[in-house]
Design a protein around this ligand. Structure first.
Ligand code: 5AD
Ligand code: SF4
Length: 527
């Protein structure tokens, strides 16, 4: 096996050991690692895990728990009794880091009561400020960055044996040459364990790690390392295994997923649209989604693939971040508002009916009332399905922090966040209302929050997503969960469509599902 080892694994107070003997996974661009799932060891210990952040983190937690199960851990939801407690962390905004430190504060008494308990901080915060975490929470035994997660089972075993704290992080972007840094962010896409997934029929599949865009406000290029696309065969292999396990929908994830390109090294290149085409061929798979997109990389071949392939969800999440060119320039987003509009029009022309959503940062350095007004203007006219809106949070180590003062007062950021959200909510309501009267195809995910209050077995409120990623609720029996059905939309609130599931129908299923005639009842209350 090719060995790449620039990561540091430190044991004890200051022992520094280059992990050259550690049996790690092959490099990200290496041969596919997926195999049939080996049997889990009989559970003798328990792991509790808390996850904050993006889909990448949700997937990482799933994979870490899967790896721990294979060495004898069972998942528990009770932090007080767990042998191992893991916090999978996010550094994108300061608020996310604060949440982790307060969670660590809450669990300190458990460690005091039982010093054998192992507490680990993993993911982005671990990669970004490994040592600082132990300075603030000295009872943390384990610190593991995003590119070293495969090592967790082994490091936990070392801690249990020696009581020495362990730290494993990848190289910083300026600590070595590009290839070396790339290699230090190791692949961690081992065999999958369905238990951690939100539903057994939906899964995230990582097709790319890292980011090379270097937006000035963003820590991701540091916490997740250089952009690396995964070998298409490895991705295909994983999708096939997931489908064999009953998965019907995959969401392909990457920080800028539409920048995916795999260079085979022999003149052949696999573009994202080529990859999608191959995944689309997997028999039994019913739906394919992907997040998150970079506006400049939205190529026509990709848009045409989304339009032409029936399993592709007609939804694009394409963050604009600001409606003002000056702000975009300081953010180093590499496009102008005009170019974003061009991309938006082209997407809607090529994929009729496509839903588009965006992200915005308000109160970025130097954002004046006039520049914020430009973000309002875009949201007013762009017909986004929804937007995620964030107050700018200054992040140590970013170019924005180095170059520009964080000069918008917090009260102004809050007000702008509120104003942009209110406007987007109005537009989202219009977008939802436009769907009243339509018959939409829904993948049923489970009981809604309201439905979960009723006992299983009877008719209760179920929730699912449409082919344009809209949330739909309707009443039905639990056996519809995991099925794809037609729902007639009769009502709409800001972000939810309310409807009735059609009788006797499961779209494209192997045979027709015996669905009882459902009363046309409206779901009410909180979803
Ligand atoms: N402050 C606020 N929001 C941020 N995002 C990324 N970095 C920051 C930051 N420093 C937002 C962007 C991105 C989303 C995932 O998080 O809008 O698209
Ligand atoms: Fe961060 Fe920009 Fe990369 Fe997105 S594209 S992860 S905002 S650096």
């Amino acid at each position: 096996m090719k060995r790449i080892v620039p990561a540091l694994v430190r044991g004890g107070a200051d022992a520094i050991k280059v992990s050259s003997t550690y049996p790690s996974a092959p490099s990200y661009n290496g041969t596919p690692t997926m195999t049939a799932r080996p049997p889990a060891a009989p559970a003798s210990k328990t792991v509790y895990i808390e996850t904050v952040g993006c889909q990448m983190n949700v997937l990482d937690s799933e994979l870490v728990v899967g790896a721990l199960k294979r060495v004898g851990y069972a998942l528990t939801h009770d932090p007080s009794t767990a042998d191992l407690m893991l916090f999978n962390t996010c550094s994108v905004r300061e608020h996310a880091e604060d949440k982790t430190f307060s969670a660590l504060g809450r669990v300190a008494p458990f460690k005091l009561a039982n010093p054998a308990k192992v507490i680990g901080v993993i993911g982005c915060m671990a990669q970004k400020d490994g040592d600082a975490i132990r300075a603030r929470a000295p009872y943390v035994d384990l610190v593991v960055g995003t590119g070293q997660l495969a090592k967790i089972p082994e490091l936990v075993a070392i801690i249990q044996e020696t009581r020495d704290p362990q730290l494993a992080v990848s190289l910083g972007r300026r600590e070595a040459g590009k290839r070396e840094v790339e290699m230090s962010f190791e692949s961690f896409d081992p065999t999958r364990d369905p238990e951690m997934r939100l539903t057994p029929f939906q899964a995230y599949v990582r097709i790319q790690i890292g980011c090379d865009k270097f937006c000035t406000y963003c820590v991701v290029p540091s916490t997740r390392g250089p952009e690396q696309s995964r070998h298409p065969d490895s991705i295909l292999n994983e999708v096939r295994i997931l489908v064999d396990q009953g998965c019907k929908e995959v969401t392909l994830i990457g920080q800028t997923v539409n920048s995916y390109i795999y260079d085979h090294g022999d003149g052949r290149r696999t573009r994202f649209s080529d990859l999608i085409l191959r995944i689309h061929d997997v028999a039994g798979l019913r739906r394919i989604k992907f997040v998150t997109n970079f506006p400049k990389d939205m190529t026509d071949d990709l848009l045409d693939a989304v339009r032409d392939l029936p399993k592709m969800v007609k939804y694009l999440h394409v963050p604009l971040q600001s409606g003002c060119d000056d702000v975009l320039g300081r953010m180093k987003r590499l496009y102008t508002v005009g170019e974003y509009w061009e991309m938006l029009h082209r997407s809607r022309e090529r994929i009729p009916g496509v839903a588009v959503s965006s992200d915005f940062i308000v109160g970025f350095c130097g954002e004046t009332d006039a520049s914020f007004q430009k973000s309002l203007d875009v949201v007013d006219r762009a017909k986004f399905k929804n937007s995620f809106i964030f107050k700018y949070s200054e992040r140590p180590g970013t170019k924005a922090m180095e170059r520009y003062p964080d000069d918008v007062p917090d009260a102004v950021k809050k007000q702008r966040n509120h104003d942009l959200l209110m406007l987007q909510n109005e537009r989202s309501l219009e977008d939802s209302r436009a769907m009243i009267g339509q018959a939409v195809e829904v993948l049923v995910e489970g009981p809604s929050r309201q439905g979960a209050k009723s006992a299983p077995g009877g008719i209760r409120q179920l929730i699912g997503r449409t082919m344009t990623d809209h949330i739909a609720v309707f009443d039905g029996p639990d056996r519809l969960v995991g099925e794809i059905l037609t729902v007639d939309i009769a009502e709409a609130s800001g972000f939810t469509l309310y409807g009735a599931a059609r009788t006797g129908e499961a779209i494209g299923g192997e045979g027709v599902l015996p669905v009882a005639r459902l009363p046309r009842r409206m779901g009410l209350g909180l979803v």
